[in-house]
Write a protein that binds this ligand. Structure first.
Ligand SMILES: [Ca+2]
Ligand SMILES: [Ca+2]
Ligand SMILES: [Ca+2]
Ligand SMILES: [Ca+2]
Length: 359
């Protein structure tokens, strides 16, 4: 009954809008930021990337002939980043309610490769915050811990006791004062453990892959895929809870978020983290060729209630549900509260209709 009345009020406010329950007016979402780094020229000389002044820029070697970058990972060395802001203006930030993905095409060289079986450290990259992310990702030293990180992490170490290698994406929330380790969300157990004897595809040396990490704010889940050419590998044949893990897909390793705590990132970075838990020696040494980076950010849009980046008729049904049942979470509430009074009520209908019509 109520649903019908509400729908009719939307109908009368803007004739025909309630008919738009089917896909139409689909276009590339406004406000989408995307960039591709192909290394056709030196990203630092060209002003696209930068190494923070307190980091060692010799850890990153650009090769103009091969059009690639080589990152010298060595966890005995201090942390070093190769950083690009999310957008050209350096103003874009992403949080818990925004959609984004990043892909990195890479090859780990066998020459000089070392992974200590008694230690544990990653080859990694991802999103950081140039203001709030500290150098200490391992958390062994502090106080500059690496809060506000969305990372791709490949731990190549194979331990006689703990297994390995492991692969997954990690999200580290903003500093809430509750301690660094409580801010970290990651996949563990069978989900991130790469067990070739159980069918999981391994990452081989001297082989080109693309690692893709996607964040879905509707389900609050990070999904990692490793592609060889265009073929996603079965990295999750033996996943958490069974074959393929939670989504039943053997090509995805997923990290579900359980905390509502905020996160705010403003840059992409190739992150050669120091292993602050092993100050005596290198846990991992690897020269990693980086051939391509693609970043796409789809910040949350007001009135986009189905989280597809567009504001159109497909958002009517979930808007009505948020009105009738109350918003399912803070991200829905933020998108449906069109009059900014902190709650979702019939007073938001006018703003919602206006948002639909202004598209
Ligand atoms: Ca596994
Ligand atoms: Ca899966
Ligand atoms: Ca939408
Ligand atoms: Ca409101």
């Amino acid at each position: 009954m109520r649903k019908e009345r509400l729908c009719r009020s939307i109908w009368f406010t803007a004739a025909g809008l309630c008919m738009m329950w089917l896909p139409q007016m689909v276009h590339a979402g406004d406000g989408v930021t995307t960039w591709v780094e192909d290394f056709v020229d030196d990203p630092i000389a060209a002003g696209r990337f930068d190494v923070p002044h307190h980091h060692d820029d010799s850890r990153f070697s650009y090769d103009v002939t091969e059009q690639r970058l080589v990152v010298h990972y060595d966890t005995f060395e201090p942390t070093a980043w190769y950083v690009r802001p999310l957008d050209e203006e350096g103003e874009l930030t992403l949080g818990l309610c925004d959609a984004y993905e990043f892909s990195v095409t890479f090859r780990i060289r066998s020459d000089g490769f070392f992974a200590d079986p008694h230690q544990f450290a990653q080859i990694g990259w991802g999103l950081i915050n140039t203001q709030t992310t500290g150098d200490d990702r391992a958390g062994g030293e502090g106080p500059a811990f690496a809060f506000d990180v969305v990372g791709f992490d490949y731990y190549p170490n194979v331990s006689p006791f703990f297994g390995g290698p492991t692969l997954g994406s990690t999200l580290i929330h903003s500093d809430s004062g509750a301690g660094f380790f409580s801010a970290i969300e990651f996949a563990f157990g069978a989900e991130s453990q790469i067990d070739s004897h159980l069918g999981d595809a391994m990452i081989a040396l001297d082989t080109q892959y693309t690692a893709n990490v996607q964040y879905d704010p509707a389900d609050r889940v990070l999904t990692l895929r490793i592609l060889q050419g265009n073929i996603p590998l079965a990295i999750n044949a033996d996943g958490g809870g069974g074959p393929g893990g939670p989504d039943g897909d053997p090509t995805t390793i997923q990290t579900y978020l359980f905390q509502d705590a905020p996160i705010e990132v403003n840059a992409f970075a190739l992150t050669a983290w120091q292993d602050t838990f092993n100050p005596f020696d290198s846990s991992v040494i690897a020269d990693v060729e980086i051939l391509r980076i693609v970043l796409t950010a789809m910040p949350a849009r007001r009135a986009d209630l189905n989280f597809d980046g567009d504001v159109n008729g497909l958002d009517v049904a979930p808007f009505v549900v948020a009105l009738l049942d109350g918003p399912a979470d803070a991200c829905v509430a933020e998108r449906a509260d069109l009059d900014d009074d902190g709650e979702v009520t019939p007073d938001d209908v006018a703003g919602f209709v206006e948002a639909l019509l202004s598209e």
